[in-house]
Design a binder for this molecule. Structure first.
Ligand code: HEC
Ligand code: HEC
Length: 345
């Protein structure tokens, strides 16, 4: 109860000053977006985010494609069916409530077209490193994000990241009802463990595709120094790339000592910021309309903090985060992201 009162005060003061501080550009952070958080190995080129034009499906449906099944699933699907943009495979329907049509099918004839939310975020909303976990987020928060995307208030700082523009384009065509149905659906699904954090000096060698790292296999497999990066990758490449297995999670390699450094900042503010627990909840599982951060993708969290610092995430409630992120260095962002990902959801 006490916490909600405190949050109310914080939110009220934030809202009062929202009008004067729409941008959150931090003067002390000059370097470009960390390529690891965007799933790249090279720095971002300059330029505005790429606009979305619908592409032909990566894996076109073919009637004679071989069928595949997953452990524990009663169903089998071809690769084309598993990746159908307007009806992706629902391997485990018993895992989640009945999907509203916008989540299971999108709306193909909308302008711009809308893919099924379940394609990228999965039917259980767990999401993947290149998008976002959307399950167990507050209903009001989800609605606000959809409105923010629609207003162009959530852009990616790396212009190569086209799927953030894709996300924006869906919201331009979604009806208010579709937004409410999707928000109610994902808000109702509890968070369960999805990301495993490993502190290490080395990391498996990877390749990147579509803004995601994949461990090299066979003769190419090996390790390399991790350095000051977080490298997040699917536990199983085929489960990710071919089958969109919603039971197959991710592992994030983080620098040694980063979790403890992140914990100090998150729980005390470390003298340079407000403890995140004040607004995101003592267990970082969310508080009222403020989203959960525990066990979220560290790549996603780092992208968001960077986007906020650089005026590319400027939604209605961003003024609450502006003073929080002002003094965070790239190392702080890395350490915070590592710690948050290591928490029980
Ligand atoms: C093509 C893949 C794709 C599809 C399909 C998709 N999204 Fe997204 N979504 C994304 C990406 C990418 C992001 C932002 C990631 C970033 O910028 O780092 C995102 C972010 C979000 C967020 C913000 C989450 C947060 O924690 O703030 C919400 C909410 C969301 N999507 C809802 C939806 C809904 C509802 C649908 C269905 C209408 C949908 N998405 C369909 C790719 C997708
Ligand atoms: C004064 C309250 C407050 C504090 C303190 C705070 N946050 Fe937030 N944070 C918010 C609010 C409110 C939002 C949602 C903004 C919105 O609705 O767009 C948010 C959103 C976020 C998001 C985006 C989540 C998503 O799903 O996209 C991240 C990441 C985040 N905060 C990290 C942090 C970290 C790390 C700290 C501590 C260093 C912190 N926050 C401290 C209020 C706060």
């Amino acid at each position: 109860m006490k916490k909600h009162v405190l949050l109310g005060v914080v939110l009220a003061s934030g809202a009062a000053w929202a009008a004067e501080a729409p941008k959150t550009q931090a003067p002390n952070v000059q370097d470009g977006p960390p390529p690891w958080a965007w799933g790249y190995t090279t720095p971002a080129p300059p330029g505005p985010p790429t606009e979305f034009t619908p592409q032909p499906p990566a894996a076109p449906l073919k009637a004679d494609d071989p069928k595949h099944t997953l452990p524990g699933s009663k169903f089998s699907f071809s690769r084309g069916e598993a990746n159908n943009r307007y009806a992706p495979a629902d391997w485990f329907p018993e895992d989640h409530p009945a999907m509203p049509p916008i989540v299971s099918h999108g709306r193909e004839n909308a302008n711009p077209t809308i893919y099924a939310c379940a394609l990228c975020h999965m039917p259980n909303g767990h999401g993947r490193p290149e998008n976002a976990a959307v399950n167990a987020l507050p209903y009001d928060y989800i609605l606000r994000q959809l409105e923010d995307f629609k207003a162009g208030h959530r852009r990616s700082s790396d212009p190569r990241k086209t799927n953030t523009s894709v996300m924006e384009s869906f919201t331009r065509a979604m009806t208010e009802d579709e937004m409410k149905q999707a928000a109610a659906y994902f808000a109702a699904i509890p968070a369960t463990p999805w990301i495993k954090v490993v502190e290490s000096a080395t990391v498996p060698k990877t390749r990147t595709a579509g803004g995601v790292f994949f461990a090299l296999e066979g003769k190419e497999a090996g390790t390399e120094p991790l350095g000051a990066r977080i490298i997040e990758m699917p536990l199983n490449n085929d489960d990710f790339e071919k089958w969109r297995n919603p039971h197959s999670g991710f592992v994030a390699y983080v620098p040694q000592g980063s979790v403890a450094k992140g914990k100090a900042l998150v729980t005390t503010g470390g003298g340079k910021t407000t403890a995140c627990t004040v607004c995101h909840g003592a267990d970082l599982r969310g508080l009222g309309p403020v989203p959960r951060l525990a066990n979220r993708s560290p790549s996603y969290v780092a992208r968001q903090l960077y986007d906020m610092q650089h005026g590319n995430r400027i939604g209605a409630w961003m003024p609450l985060m502006a003073p929080v992120i002002e003094k965070l260095t790239p190392d702080d962002v890395l350490n915070i992201s590592a710690y948050l990902a290591s928490l029980e959801p």
